[in-house]
Design a protein around this ligand. Structure first.
Ligand SMILES: [Zn+2]
Length: 559
């Protein structure tokens, strides 16, 4: 290939490969973010932009480009009411936590929901069923599913279902502030390396200079060392913290690490737990982003890193380590660190706690005592670990809890010693918090075994739920006329194991009801036009997660 072409390809960076004017802002208002792409969340990187909707629901949401509705998913959790639009250029845009869909789409969904008699549904319309032009109204913004406040979750995916930072397509957010760096840490990475005489993680003091850059306190070090930072970015029109876009480091002027949040796949998102210092996060609730590629971390977010970001301090080299953190608009902050090489013969090591089970990373492990067993699949941990495994009565504890798991482990209890009449209400609870509150862990049963799959170490026990769900009408009562009501509303709750499912009928015919687990409200909209009689007998059955069920019946009148 002629040299000319090689240079051309080298200069093509990611910003240039995505079309810039293709997708338009899906809202009428300027984009202000409550969450950025790649932002650090629990067990995942954020896969889209969380666009603020002025603190309320009901803003118009438009198709970002020409295309067709290729997928619709309504779920009580996750993205809530979500719509996927596939565009002729191969990309798909996703809009989540919606309140309502616009006319034609809403009718399409309702028909399928009544046909299948379910609220939760996933549909894949064909390319000719729901065709859209750029700017067509598709929905109203909402707060459905696992949303902690009204906003639009907006994603752009490529034709391999990889999520791409929507900012790369030319969307703009006002941002003139540099990222903040709240913490800086050094990690000795093997038995002989050390920082300030210690073989364990050391926090390095930072001083913010007038220029916005940071001076780090000098350290002494020897051997293989990695670093980590706590860092966030604020935009101009809101005070919440977002994630940063890019982090680069140099050692003695040579680039040795780079990560940026351009694109990733859903299946790698869980490896955030190896990207951050998980133990620190568990113990301190703060996320240190490691500036080196740690063991068995397959994240594709790393770009051309030299030695995976690890530096090797020896007695005869010069030592300046720099970190540069930038946001999407290129505002950046820098740390400069001077390292004095100093080989210590008297390294202070962290005490290793006495634990009783050694888990080899590449083997299946079965821990068993009495009637309880724990199965740990291969490659559950990022490295070999030692765990405490204790069984006492009906409770098992697997600790320490600050280890990141990449697979589900299975915790099983043999319940053959329980009396038959008790067996139905049994479930597995995780004991959480200082008061060891029993929290329902999704429980399955095969014969005399009940089991749960979990990615959280800790204590699990057998618990018993004999309580039926509660059902309370909110805007009507038995025998009343409610001709002017637009909705029929009830509150349903099951304090112990949660609502498993519900089904409502009027005069024997299914009616659609929407459930919001956050408010525990169950709502029917009369404009579905399914309640057409004058005298209406409502029957609602709510079942909890172990099968206890309650039935509510009432008659209401409409004309
Ligand atoms: Zn989101």
């Amino acid at each position: 290939m002629p040299l000319f072409f090689c240079l051309f390809f080298i200069s093509l960076n990611a910003q240039d490969i995505y079309p810039k004017d293709y997708f338009k802002n899906p809202l009428d208002i300027d984009i202000v973010l409550s969450g950025s792409f790649g932002e650090l969340r629990s067990n995942h990187f954020h896969s889209g932009l969380d666009i603020k909707t002025q603190g309320r629901e009901g803003l118009n949401i438009y198709s970002s480009a020409d295309g067709y509705v290729s997928r619709i998913k309504l779920s009580h959790y996750g993205y809530g009411k979500a719509i996927y639009i596939t565009h002729p250029n191969g990309y798909t845009t996703v809009y989540g936590h919606l309140k309502d869909f616009s006319g034609e789409i809403e009718t399409y969904i309702k028909n399928k929901q009544y046909e299948k008699e379910t609220y939760e549904i996933e549909l894949f319309p064909t390319p000719t069923e729901l065709v859209l032009k750029q700017g067509d109204l598709i929905a109203l913004s909402g707060n459905t599913g696992g949303s902690g406040g009204p906003h639009l979750h907006f994603e752009i995916r490529d034709n391999e279902e990889r999520i791409i930072n929507p900012m790369l397509f030319g969307l703009t957010v006002k941002d003139s502030k540099s990222p903040e760096i709240d913490g800086f840490y050094a990690y000795p990475l093997n038995d002989t390396s050390h920082v300030n005489g210690f073989n364990s993680k050391q926090k390095i003091r930072l001083t913010k200079l007038k220029t916005g850059s940071y001076k780090a306190a000098n350290i002494t070090a020897y051997g293989q060392i990695g670093f980590g930072i706590e860092s966030t970015d604020q935009h101009d029109l809101a005070y919440n913290n977002n994630g940063v876009f890019k982090i680069e480091t140099t050692y003695n002027g040579v680039p040795n690490y780079k990560i940026n949040f351009e694109r990733f796949s859903f299946d790698e998102s869980k490896h955030i737990n190896q990207y951050i210092d998980f133990e620190h996060y568990y113990d301190k609730k703060k996320r240190i982003q490691k500036l080196y590629k740690d063991l068995n971390n397959p994240l594709s977010l790393y770009k051309s890193t030299l030695k995976d970001g690890i530096i090797n301090v020896t007695e005869n080299n010069a030592h300046i380590y720099k970190v540069n953190v930038s946001d999407y608009d290129g505002n950046s902050s820098e740390i400069s660190l001077n390292i004095t090489p100093e080989k210590s013969t008297n390294i202070i090591k962290e005490e290793i706690s006495k634990t009783n089970k050694f888990i080899k990373r590449d083997e299946i492990t079965e821990l068993k005592a009495n009637h309880i067993s724990v199965t740990i699949p291969k490659y559950t941990f990022y490295k070999d670990v030692t765990l405490d495994f204790k069984v006492s009565g009906d409770t098992v504890s697997i600790t320490p809890k600050n280890k990141a798991l990449t697979n589900y482990i299975t915790v099983s209890f043999d319940i053959s010693n329980y009396k038959d009449k008790d067996v139905d209400g049994l479930y597995i609870a995780e004991l959480v918090g200082w008061n060891k509150f029993p929290s329902y862990s999704s429980t399955k049963r095969i014969g005399d075994i009940i089991y749960t799959k979990t990615k959280t170490l800790g204590s699990y026990t057998v618990a018993f739920d004999k309580d039926k769900p509660s059902i309370t009408p909110l805007n009507f009562s038995d025998g009343k006329w409610i001709s002017n009501h637009k909705t029929l509303e009830l509150k349903i709750n099951d304090a112990t194991t949660g609502v498993g499912n519900y089904r409502a009928t009027v005069n024997g015919k299914f009616i659609l009801m929407e459930y919001d687990y956050k408010t525990k409200k169950l709502v029917h909209f009369f404009d579905d036009n399914k309640v057409t009689d004058t005298e209406n007998k409502l029957k609602l059955i709510v079942t909890d997660n172990v099968g206890n069920s309650s039935t509510f019946e009432a008659t209401f009148f409409r004309k």
